[in-house]
Design a protein around this ligand. Sequence first.
Ligand code: TEU
Ligand code: CA
Length: 559
Amino acid sequence: MEKKWWKEAVVYQIYPRSFMDSNGDGVGDLAGITEKLDYLKLLGIDVIWLSPIYKSPNDDNGYDISDYRGIMEEFGSMEDFDRLLSEAHNRDIRIIMDLVVNHTSDEHQWFVESKKSKDNPYRDYYIWREGKAEGLRPNNWGACFGGPAWEYDEETRMYYLHLFSPKQPDLNWENQKVRDEVFEMMDWWCQKGIDGFRMDVISMISKDQSFPDGKLNGGVYGDFGPYAIHGPKVHDYLKEMNERVLSKYDLMTVGETAGVTVEEAKKYAGENEKELNMVFHFEHVEGDGEIGKWTDKKQELLPIKKIFSKWQTALADCAWNSLYWDNHDQPRAVSRFGNDSSQYRELSAKMLATCLHMMKGTPYIYQGEELGMTNFPFQEMSQFRDIESINSYKELVDGGVVGHDKMMSYLRCKSRDNARTPMQWNRNIHAGFTTGTPWIEVNPNYDQINAENEVANSNSVFHYYKKLIELRKEYDIIVYGSFELIMDDDPEIFAYIRRLGNKKLLTLCNFSDEELEVRIPEEFCGEKAELLIHNYCTSKGECENKLLPYEALVLLFTQ
Ligand code: TEU
Ligand code: CA
């Protein structure tokens, strides 16, 4: 496998709104990020993925962009961005930008023009269709944040497509001019010296132009999935993007591709496909829902393990994996996959980190994950800011599908706002995130869980992540070794072997709160082993046959 810097890197995702507020307006900003670069350097990460910082009316916290070449006023200015980029580069930290080009904001100048008339030069920048008949939408598709995917416009008496909110109209990628604009804009950022892109819902940019009705699946609206995800021309468009922009620079690219299968991923991220470096699949974070994405049940390990193992094996020689437990759209990893009780929070956060970082692929850390930050104890709807949470409540509770209490339980478990509460820096008011009033409440557990404590305590979750990152730099086998799942059917233990040259790496993780018997494979017994990392302080023999609650360890064998 070819060596690449982005295969050896660890990425840290920043959700700027919630990272650090430098001027007391309650909203995180670019200067705040710059202030914290030394913290990130100490952690040891190589790349920052910046969630959107562009001009935006914030219907979806920046994922609705009104100017791709301007900075959101709340976040600062272009000078602040340039300073952040150069200060990051001074510390050997690269920055990749969120590229949101499936849709724009309805306040983007292109859409403002597009709406004006049927013969406006920007009309075909978006997807306009006549209704099927008077008062009937072009088809039955539903939007991701609730309601129909078509919005009627009085002015020209036509509908425009929005797969997300009505304030996020979909761009028409069929139009060469749209592609030209997007590629020029990307090139402009590359010229500035950025290091790559995370591409928002990039799998949705090509739509079946016959716009057929979707299956209802028991709901009111049809599923656009088969006609708008991995659509007919998506790979042509990405090849064109690669040829015209990506191939001219030394970039890292990762596509957000919900619903992607292994076969499809090989097209997006295959080593010889000339599209992207890697994709985010969603199989381990989706599919647990009872009503849509909503559930309040804990996921079982077995299916998760099978999913990871499938991806590890399937992409082994032909593409590259991304590795993540959470991001700004998902609940907190330790609350979801670990155990956030005071007894097991730290142990299970470290266990999850071990399990993920020792697999093959590029690991992504979501801000606060390195502190073991938890979900938020939401009590009432007024505490939510996320359009998805608020709309889902309206649709499901006001619509009589579930009761208030059940919905609150769903939201506490899966609301995107769990990930969006402010970063917990210290024990000062609002966790040191802001001197003003934070745009969303700070988790009340910040007096115990905060960066200052974590950095000061060498046994913390933070220092554990730091160690994992150091190990990746030291041992090639962690980056390039092959992967083999062992103890396949064990419902509580996630164990695997990596191999490279004369080295073998054994990772053992207990996902339960019980002490478990474990049988270490014969081939390891009696061999000389080095304990690379361990989340308990006790010593460990290589053939020990017990795993303590949430225990995780990594053993290196050299032949
Ligand atoms: O998310 C795309 C996506 O697939 C979401 O529908 C995701 O499944 C959902 O948030 C889970 O609850 C991206 C961004 O990451 C998200 O923040 C944006 O809201 C969305 O695109 C629209 O740009
Ligand atoms: Ca601010």
